[in-house]
Ligand binder design. Structure first.
Ligand SMILES: NC(=O)c1ccc[n+]([C@@H]2O[C@H](COP(=O)([O-])OP(=O)(O)OC[C@H]3O[C@@H](n4cnc5c(N)ncnc54)[C@H](O)[C@@H]3O)[C@@H](O)[C@H]2O)c1
Ligand SMILES: N[C@@H](CC=O)C(=O)O
Length: 503
């Protein structure tokens, strides 16, 4: 079956998007395969979570079209990997520059489909572009090793080779940066990519594809497939041609994909859920700690894998901290991400609001105290007002589950050993925060905490140069940093024997 192709017409995009953008060609509703915009069999409706308005549709590809996309990426792999690193880097840098030139439009699209504030969306575009630049630069440094030989008259070494076609499946909470963090690494090292964005936020992904085309990626190197996650995931996992699978999303779906990918023994990289502890040490200024905890909890309306869900405070400062936190939380301005001064947008859809309420109800039924947060003030059906619960316990869902909503839970602690045990009492192990000054306590925590990333006295911990990733059920592998290539490359060892030695 040949691909149904459509030139450049975005016939169904509603007026809800176009008036906001300076470049209408960034709005794409079709999938992007082998350098063409492609129709699927049905449409998936995309909503603005702040207003519930329909903002457009993306296309749902059928399994045969996913197979065709895989074949295109596979065919493009050979020529792409053969380019010199400098040549791939130049295309990546053009993509980077185009992303930044179109920052305002990309951020606007993100607010429309994801709901975050315009400032946060702009920040995400910068963050996303930084990975493209980083990996364009790293492409020139994808070294192998030479190995002191234990074999007479032989030279031993490794080559770092691109693994092949990489499937990248991404979530809706960071619809831009979760793509670039994967795609830039894969492309720079010489892989071709098939990107499957979340159906709630396809427009950010498709705009990136439009810019990738303008940057000059050859046909088949950069592909975006849209449609049903389970259907696409299963075709990608079963295909022998797809050699790497990089997934960012929930631990539940990550486990499904790991099982499916086992059938073809793919290299799997999993960036999954988190349930971050935020630990306040006794020597920390309480107002400063509360300010940082609010920032760490409510970024992206709590829909952030790094969100500080369980906040541990010494008994002696407990009530003072709750008061300071409630005061700081009251400064959050909830509303449509386009409105001036808004710092927190809606949740992604109505079920997320219901889940937030369920967490609060469960906690209150099990003895938590509601310190602040009234849902009567919510400015729309998909909004959940920032909520502060005290006295949360490990028996409550708000402690156990990745809550992914603007509900903060605080609990007191007595001593470091019991604190460490409680902070680790979760299946997740992505990120942890420590606020305080006592270097011995910080060191003890750094060693005791079972998390892939620990940030001391800083809410911001991410960036292109750091190895982002978790332990336990928060995932496998690292993104960004000099380790980012590991997920998309393999070492080929060679032994060059029978060499004559001089002297
Ligand atoms: N560790 C990280 O770096 C990181 C970063 C961002 C988000 N996340 C996690 O992502 C989750 C929120 O995002 P979400 O709700 O979009 O996650 P999700 O797991 O529901 O979906 C993620 C992606 O997987 C697709 N998908 C769903 N079911 C699938 C299946 N059976 N097979 C293949 N693909 C499938 C979705 O369409 C989407 O594209 C949270 O758990 C959050 O912690 C983790
Ligand atoms: N906030 C994370 C993404 C997780 O949701 C990041 O900074 O990469």
């Amino acid at each position: 079956m040949s691909l149904q192709l459509q030139s450049v017409v975005n016939s169904k995009v509603t007026d809800a998007i176009m008036p906001y953008l300076s470049d209408a060609r960034l709005v794409r509703e079709l999938a992007y395969i082998n350098g063409k915009w492609v129709h699927g069999s049905q449409d998936i409706t995309v909503f603005n979570p702040a207003t519930d308005d329909v903002i457009g549709h993306c296309t749902q590809l059928d399994p045969a079209q996913i197979e065709q996309a895989i074949a295109a990426a596979d065919a493009a792999f050979g020529p792409w990997r053969k380019l010199m690193a400098d040549e791939r880097a130049a295309i990546l840098m053009r993509w980077h520059d185009l992303i930044l030139e179109n920052k305002e439009d990309l951020a606007t699209l993100m607010v429309l489909e994801q709901g975050k504030s315009l400032n946060d969306a702009r920040g995400e575009i910068d963050y996303g572009a930084s990975f493209v630049r980083w990996f364009a630069e790293e492409a020139r440094r994808a070294y192998g090793d030479t190995i002191p030989s234990h074999i007479p008259n032989a030279q031993l070494a490794t080559l770092r080779e691109p693994i092949g076609v990489a499937a990248l499946i991404t979530p809706w909470n960071f619809p831009h940066a979760m793509i670039t963090r994967k795609a830039a690494a894969a492309l720079a090292i010489g892989c071709t990519v098939l990107i499957k964005p979340a159906s709630e936020t396809p427009f950010s992904a498709l705009a990136l594809a439009e810019l990738a085309e303008r940057a000059g990626f050859p046909a088949g190197v950069y592909n975006v497939v849209t449609g049903k996650g389970s259907e696409i995931g299963s075709v990608l996992c079963k295909s022998d041609k797809v050699r790497a699978l990089s997934f960012t999303g929930s631990t539940r779906v990550g486990k499904v994909l790991l099982e499916q990918a086992a059938s073809t023994v793919k290299k799997c990289s999993m960036e999954l859920g988190g349930n971050a502890p935020f630990i306040v040490l006794p020597d920390m200024d309480i107002t400063a700690a509360a300010k940082a905890a609010v920032a760490a909890k409510f970024q992206t309306a709590g829909q952030d894998c790094l969100a500080a869900n369980r906040i541990f405070v010494p008994y002696t400062q407990y009530e003072a901290f709750l008061q300071a936190f409630a005061e700081e939380m009251a400064q959050i301005k909830v509303g449509n991400g386009f409105d001036k001064d808004v710092t927190m947008g809606p949740l992604i859809f109505r079920q997320a609001v219901d889940k937030a309420q369920e967490l609060v109800d469960d906690a209150l039924a099990k003895g938590a105290r509601l310190i602040a947060g009234s849902q009567q003030q919510a400015p729309g059906t998909n909004f959940f007002m920032p909520t502060l619960l005290a006295d949360i316990t490990p028996q409550m869902k708000v402690f156990r589950e990745e809550n992914f909503c603007p509900v903060a839970g605080v609990l007191p602690y007595n001593d470091l050993p019991s604190l460490i045990a409680q902070a680790n009492d979760t299946e997740y192990g992505l990120a942890a925060y420590i606020y305080g000054h006592d270097i011995r306590a910080i060191w003890q925590l750094l060693h005791g905490l079972e998390f892939g990333m620990v940030s001391v006295n800083s809410v911001k911990m991410t960036g292109h140069g750091i190895p982002f990733g978790g332990v336990k059920q928060s995932g496998l592998g690292r993104e960004g940093s000099r380790h980012g290539f590991d997920e998309y490359s393999q070492l080929k060892y060679y032994c060059l024997g029978g060499l004559m030695r001089e002297g």
